[in-house]
Write a protein that binds this ligand. Structure first.
Ligand code: ADP
Ligand code: ADP
Length: 228
């Protein structure tokens, strides 16, 4: 479902962030992307939802060749991909319910389906009682759960998370990981960039380790593998 061949990325300022990436990720996998700051993790995962384009090389996502993808088809690609960020990126003036419903309104779901589906995902992240609150009224962990609910409300084939526990305390981070495991158990591919050695070494999954824009280790049930 994700296929990268000889992918290079040099930013306009001349920094080479990716230096020949080859990887293949199947539907249903759970993959951690680890590596020191500046290794290229964010750049690598940004390629997967067409936030960044490679300078060279080919990328296919869910059978779509990204180098041939017309700009107007990008929203179609992104419908199958939920994205979760370290800083949540919720809309501050909308309630929890509205933040999640928004993604479905854009694709013109019926009001009845929207309501049912939003309540389903709020149940999954255990936030039904906060539906009418605005993000500022929630803790960091709760806000991240809202952003996860928003990411999966469309039933995407994959979820990409860029340091989703980076701003959270350890206990809250474990809660987030339990939700990720549940989402993955339902068949959604998960790709998660993380700096959490404890998470990677406890909840064992495939580990892709990146350094200087290259993959230097790719292991099933891998370890975090270096000290930071
Ligand atoms: P990581 O997520 O592992 O910290 P990044 O992918 O963010 O790594 O960054 C890889 C390299 O690319 C770094 O040297 C960083 O400074 C550079 N970089 C990242 N984004 C940009 C950008 N938009 N413009 C220029 N350089 C960038
Ligand atoms: P911490 O000790 O980092 O504050 P917790 O108190 O939530 O974290 O959890 C204590 C320990 O229990 C963790 O260090 C970890 O080894 C284990 N643990 C917690 N949640 C999970 C989980 N979802 N899967 C596997 N192990 C877990």
């Amino acid at each position: 479902m994700i296929e990268m061949k000889d992918v290079y990325k040099t930013y306009p300022n001349g920094v080479t962030a990716l230096n020949g990436i080859n990887l293949s990720i199947d539907q249903g996998e759970f993959v951690y992307v680890v590596g020191p700051s500046g290794a290229g993790k964010s750049t690598l995962i940004s390629m997967m939802f067409r936030e960044e384009k490679p300078t060279k090389g080919s990328i296919a996502i869910n059978g779509i060749q990204l180098n041939k993808l017309k700009e107007r088809k990008v929203p179609h690609l992104r419908r199958d991909i939920g994205v979760v960020f370290q800083d949540f990126k919720l809309l501050p003036r909308l309630t929890v319910y509205e933040n999640i419903a928004f993604a479905l309104e854009v694709i013109e779901e019926s009001p009845k389906n929207i309501r049912r589906r939003v309540m389903e995902v709020l149940d999954l992240v255990k936030l039904k009682n906060k539906a009418r609150h605005i993000p500022d009224e929630l803790s960091g962990g709760e806000q991240q759960r809202v952003s996860i609910a928003r990411a999966i409300v469309n039933r995407p084939k994959m979820m990409i998370a860029d340091e989703p526990t980076g701003n959270l305390d350890p206990e809250t981070s474990w809660e987030i990981m339990r939700i990720f495991e549940e989402i993955n158990a339902r068949g959604t591919t998960i790709i998660m960039a993380t700096h959490s050695k404890e998470i990677v070494n406890t909840i064992k999954k495939r580990v892709i380790a990146v350094e200087n824009g290259r993959i230097f280790r790719d292991e099933e049930r891998g370890e975090y593998g270096y000290e930071v």
